[in-house]
Design a protein around this ligand. Structure first.
Ligand code: ATP
Ligand code: MG
Length: 403
């Protein structure tokens, strides 16, 4: 007795009219990506459903992974048995007992596509229903509004049974709303920002600024681990690691201490902007939350944001730290984020950064160095990592192919 297929119901995407085809295509790609190591799996689409044919692959594992794929409203495993009433009754009992809670009601709903089968639908309903009732404590029948509806379908090649309905992650399939660059630090906020924006159907490519030797390999590994954790929601994520040491040191030498943070952020944004252009992104995502720290005042955002006209998306802007921490725990990034390895910004953070930086001042301070050349260089020397199915796939040897 094994799962034969998983039935996937779309959520919001089926309401999107003419976009539906593109959305279904993305959803299907994303599902195939999270099930990449299960090569026998095949997917077919109907108007408002996808059928994932397991062909012998591990159904329990596939069910677990589907829970994080955006764009799925709900999904149900379907069991296949031989067309033998004893086998069907056993399978039915197994399915009901897996999800049943004391006091619930149920109903069997049989369909007989194979008319040569000995029993008709009423007889199947009765035989299966009475077997399940007899063997399950605290279960009663309700044909109008049952808690558990057990579907039994008799076809030529076998009998199919389903009852469980798993809630999906909701939202829209990652990539269906285009792509944006996620500025991913090792902190708590930016991974959560990435998750929330992915849920709205945006594919993210992460960008991380790394300043060796001031920041260690372990700090970089932490960001890779965060990207891996985020990749379960889309199946795949690209991570750009930008060498940032020289720019950071130059800012440090050039700009008065209380303005270094503002200037550093502007440089990050300018580089991210270059990468966005190069990789056809449509926006930039950050983990900023209003008032959280000195750099996250409106005055500060104005001075930083000035360097680009690309939409900067800030999904956490109005959230409290505790709400952000809750989500981080849910999505599995919290425990990675709180590891102590230094971030490039922590090291260079001045004791008293300006909370109300003036943009004419910052422009003046930055005007003595040809930052544009340094920025071009950093963007050109950026390392690209690709994470697929939770695994790091490609170091930058294959960079040219991927670009
Ligand atoms: P986080 O928890 O995401 O690190 P934060 O509260 O520490 O955020 P800041 O240090 O002010 O806030 O950073 C604001 C945003 O700038 C971050 O959320 C992130 O999007 C981006 N950022 C900061 N440092 C880096 C970095 N080293 N690489 C990439 N992005 C960064
Ligand atoms: Mg941080």
């Amino acid at each position: 007795m094994i799962y034969d297929q998983i039935l996937v119901r779309y959520g919001e995407i089926s309401t999107k009219g003419r976009n539906r085809k593109a959305f279904t295509k993305k959803l299907r790609e994303n599902i195939l990506m999270v099930l990449k190591d299960m090569p026998e799996i095949k997917i077919s689409a109907t108007r408002d459903r996808l059928h994932i044919y397991l062909n012998g692959e591990n159904g329990e594992e596939a069910l677990k992974r589907l829970s994080s794929v955006f764009g799925i409203q709900s999904y149900s495993p379907v069991m296949k048995t031989e067309k033998d009433m004893e086998k069907i009754k056993d399978a039915a009992l197994h399915l009901v007992q897996k999800s049943h809670k004391e006091g619930q009601t149920f109903k069997v709903s049989a369909r007989r596509a194979d008319k040569t089968f000995a029993l008709d639908t009423n007889e199947i309903n009765y035989a299966v229903g009475s077997h399940v009732l007899k063997n399950t404590e605290g279960l009663t029948v309700d044909v109008k509004k049952p808690d558990i509806k057990l579907n039994v379908e008799i076809r030529k090649e076998g009998a199919y049974l389903s009852s469980e309905i798993h809630p999906g992650a909701g939202g829209m399939p990652a990539g269906a709303s285009g792509k944006a660059m996620l500025m991913l630090s090792g902190g708590l906020d930016s991974p959560v920002a990435g998750y929330l924006i992915m849920k709205r159907g945006v594919e993210v490519e992460a960008v991380h600024f790394h300043s060796p030797p001031f920041t260690s390999e372990r700090a970089k590994q932490k960001v890779i681990d965060l990207a891996k954790t985020l990749s379960v929601f889309s199946g795949r994520i690209k991570l750009h690691i930008v060498p940032f040491t020289e720019i950071q040191q130059t800012v440090h030498n050039q700009v008065p201490e209380n303005y270094t943070m503002t200037s550093t952020r502007r440089m990050m944004l300018r580089i991210t902007e270059k990468l966005r252009e190069r990789h056809n992104g449509l926006g930039i995502v950050t983990g900023e939350s209003l008032g959280q720290v000195a750099s996250q005042t409106l005055e500060s955002m104005l001075a930083i944001n000035e360097v680009t006209s690309t939409p900067v998306l800030r999904p956490l802007i109005s959230m409290d730290k505790l709400e952000i921490i809750d989500i981080a725990k849910q999505i599995g990034t919290h425990d990675i984020s709180i590891l102590p390895y230094e971030d490039c910004c922590t090291i260079f953070t001045p004791p008293a950064p300006k909370t109300k930086p003036k943009s004419d001042k910052i422009q003046y301070y930055e005007s003595f160095v040809d930052f544009e050349t340094l920025i071009e260089q950093a963007a050109a020397d950026t390392e690209l990592l690709v994470i697929e199915g939770g695994m790091l796939q490609t170091e930058n040897d294959d960079l040219d192919e991927l670009l």
